[in-house]
Ligand binder design. Sequence first.
Ligand SMILES: [Zn+2]
Length: 288
Amino acid sequence: MRLKVLPLISTIFLLVINAASQASETDRSWNQSVEPFKIAGNVYYVGANEITSYLITTPKGHILIDGGFKETVPQITANIVKLGFKVKDVKYLLNSQAHYDHAAGLADLKKLTGAKMLASVEDAKLLARGGKGDPNFGDQYLFDPVITDKTFSDGWELKLGGITMTANVTAGHTKGCTTWTTTTEDAGKKLNVIFVCSTTAPGYKLVGNEKYPEIVADFEQTFKRMKTFKVDIFLSAHASQFGMEDKLALLRNGARTNPFIDPDGYLEFVNATEKAFRDRLASQSAKP
Ligand SMILES: [Zn+2]
């Protein structure tokens, strides 16, 4: 199962580079509908086959992480309802990274839910610009701008209905890339849950990037940081990064232990993306 994850990660690097617009073939293939499901405890999957969206429920209202493409929004809202929750009960919208495949649906979702948009200081700027002036993609991947109601810095905690979501700013993929961590109770066990932003650098200019001079230092810091998290449930912004399809099949076949508990898969992902980053850095540094 985990062996399949690694080739998929490299596929994603290529696909991200080749994605031409929001309506490209690749984007459509990432936006296929998935029957929503409970991952563990109060954490639910409401996203598409590759572009993820997570609902964290509490008695005081819910939290939604990521809005997918603009075209993902009808799936997300329908999935929330299918699970028996109300769209209007979503109180906070969070974002892993201010890139169009995870942020383009947020403006519509904000209108539909009436929720408050929370984002890191740096990604809030890119969200407000609708993706304009991305340090690596320029104006290539634009989306409906969304205004952040409250910005936060690394380590900030969102508390709602007895749960705490911690914002870990793991910069590099975007300047304010946010990896959220929380805990959930499942089958009498307390589990550490991680929602990885991303540690990939698809087509990125690491050497001499004038729009993001500190990009290498940020990635270095992020890789160090990623290895310190205690992880049981491994989730990420892209479903293939944590092998969702295979894990979901196991879950639906009545697996005795929750297949989403995968601390080894998490470390494998971090190490594989770190190696890709170092290879890219070495090849760019070697050029005159
Ligand atoms: Zn991205």
